[in-house]
Design a binder for this molecule. Sequence first.
Ligand code: 5RP
Length: 236
Amino acid sequence: MTGELSPIDKAKFVAAKRSVDYVEDGMRVGLGTGSTAAWMVRCLGELVRDQGLKIKGVPTSTRTAELARDVGIEVISLDEAKWLDLTIDGADEFDANLNLIKGGGGALLQEKIVATASDQMIVIADVGKEVETLGAFPLPVEVIPFGWETTKSLIEEMLISMDVLGRDASLRMNGDRPFVTDEGNYILDLHLGRIGAANQLAMVLNQMPGVVENGLFIDICDVVILGFGDGRVETR
Ligand code: 5RP
């Protein structure tokens, strides 16, 4: 499955491989999105195929749904599952309190809904994702397309009033068109540098008209499995 991997892919792979130890027969499992989560889905697919593991997977994006089906995992919707035993997903950054920035892959909305509907959320990450303070990675905010420029201006004004260091928001592009999420929305990436009061920022953002969800995952993640390029794995 792996062939010759670069150190970063090896780090992602070993974290993903360790995470499937948490999956037990009969579980309903939230399947994250991104390159690390894709390794996890492939590892789960192996267990389904080779060891007869029986699980139902709830994917957090169309691309994860496609991969899960390809590797033989039974896919159901969140509403069919109603509640999940476990969600395993990647992250763009995590801090010592296991708060996260997610949404680099544009799937933050489904990812947050699925993780919140789970008994446990496990994040799998390469060592480069561990930070002292969140915010070097641009914070993704999903907004509805209607009036997005106005929403962007309102967000920028709000950032000034909150004394946040960086204040620029940029529309995420896919070539020469706006990137469109699975829900038909746009993503604004907020270049903040450093997020002092992550909880407060997350709440203020979600109160703004036009904002659907933001990529700050506060008090949602239970465990981070961290992979290193030399194959070591640590748990936070
Ligand atoms: C997608 C995400 C991803 O989990 C995050 O971007 C990490 O991706 P990768 O595992 O490719 O580094 O939040 O919306």
